[in-house]
Design a protein around this ligand. Structure first.
Ligand code: DHB
Length: 388
């Protein structure tokens, strides 16, 4: 098989890249280990930056972000039992959208299928053959166990945090900057109406909670927990008790819990994003802790840069943008790393925090909500810095 661009990973980054390349007449082949059903049903984050929604508009009727999703014009920061609204449009002229990632994936896959593009599920990539650096090859086994070799002008690894393409770019599977956090999130999906019109990010002496939403009838909520906690170990009553305790001053509307999971926190940035004719994007290149919902949006921002750079390279033989790609992408990635780290450390409580640390943290939260400059920084980062 030959193709201009071989894309490993049918997540938001890989699929959106394939779509934007196709829009400009560049073919690609997208492969993914998982089945279409698995990809379309995995529960991930739910917040899109305004720029992400605008890029998804290019899917035309296939994007349901504006029709099924909901615009959110603010969030509530809650501490010491009081809520403080951050008004996004008033501060930045922009908004965020609540539209779950698996719905974005359904839209992207539908658009790919409607365009008749080559998209293959159940494909296990076994390695990248770099023996001719100008024509790398993706080596794989397909869903029927047949061996597959895809020769490309350019290979893109959009294959998530356990990327098999990453070693070809950075020399090892681990090559990058890491940070671990001593806590995790206990996440639930429950059948209940929303407890609040907008998302609540709550700091309390018992730890953090995030009250998010999925629809009029399904809610997504998280509370800070120990990373070793077994999600099955709490009764529903204990889950609600933990959740409620972390949002003092608010009364949550409870309902049957039909899904629960524990999400680990880490920050990671690969040492590089491109070598010769191979690049990595999205979670393959970086991971952020979930607070602030930057993960998928950052993947989309990588694609915004890369698709333009690949067009110049493949259609005009102009390598300037691809040569500048890593440096430009990294500037935004480190800003998003900072924002995610900042939201995380400002809102969570650690066992080893002293009384000083605790009071300083409340001082930090107060500095943000009582300052237009502080609120504006949060709103700019949350709704998304301008895309390339
Ligand atoms: C959701 C997750 C986040 O990390 C966040 O900051 C906001 C919302 C969510 O899953 O709904």
């Amino acid at each position: 098989l030959r193709t201009p661009v071989a894309i490993v990973g049918a997540g938001p980054a890989g699929l959106l890249l394939a779509h934007l390349l196709d829009e400009h007449g560049i073919d690609s082949i997208v492969v993914d280990l998982r089945t279409r059903g698995e990809i379309e049903s995995t529960i991930r984050a739910g917040i899109l930056e305004q720029g992400t929604v605008e890029l998804l508009d290019r899917l035309g009727e296939h994007s349901r972000a504006r029709t099924v999703g909901h615009r959110h014009d603010g969030i509530e920061l809650r501490f010491e039992g009081e809520g403080h609204r951050i008004d996004f449009p008033a501060l930045t002229g922009r908004s965020a959208w609540l539209y779950p990632q698996h719905e974005v994936l359904k839209d992207l896959i539908a658009a790919r299928v409607a365009a008749g593009q080559d998209l293959r599920f159940g494909v296990t990539v076994t390695g990248i053959d770099e023996s001719s650096p100008e024509r790398p090859r993706v080596l794989a086994t397909d869903a029927d166990g047949e061996e597959l070799a895809i020769e490309a002008d350019f290979v893109v690894g959009a294959d998530g945090s356990r990327s098999v393409v990453r070693p070809s770019v950075v020399g090892s599977s681990q090559g990058g900057y890491f940070r671990e956090y001593p806590f995790a999130w206990f996440g639930i999906l429950c059948e209940a109406p929303p407890s609040s019109d907008e998302l609540i990010y709550s700091n309390s002496p018992d730890g953090f909670a995030l009250i998010s939403q999925r629809s009029e009838t399904v809610q997504r909520m998280y509370f800070q927990c120990d990373p070793e906690l077994d999600p099955a170990s709490l009764s529903e009553a204990e889950v609600w008790e933990n959740m409620q305790k972390r949002v003092p001053g608010t009364t949550l509307i409870e309902g049957p819990i039909f899904q629960r999971d524990v999400l680990r926190f880490r920050s990671f940035v690969a040492h590089g994003m491109r070598k010769n004719q191979i690049a990595i994007i999205g979670d393959a290149a970086h991971t952020v802790p979930p607070t602030g919902a930057k993960g998928m949006n950052l993947a989309v921002a990588d694609v915004a840069l890369l698709h333009v750079a690949l067009r110049a390279l493949l259609q005009e033989n102009d390598a300037r943008l691809i040569d500048a790609f890593e440096e430009r992408a990294m500037q935004r990635i480190w800003k998003a790393q900072h924002f995610s780290w900042w939201m995380t450390t400002m809102l969570h409580v650690t066992d080893d925090a002293s009384d000083f640390d605790r009071r300083r943290q409340l001082g930090e939260l107060r500095s943000v909500v009582e300052s237009t400059a502080g609120q504006t920084y949060l709103a700019e980062a949350y709704t998304g810095w301008p895309l390339a």
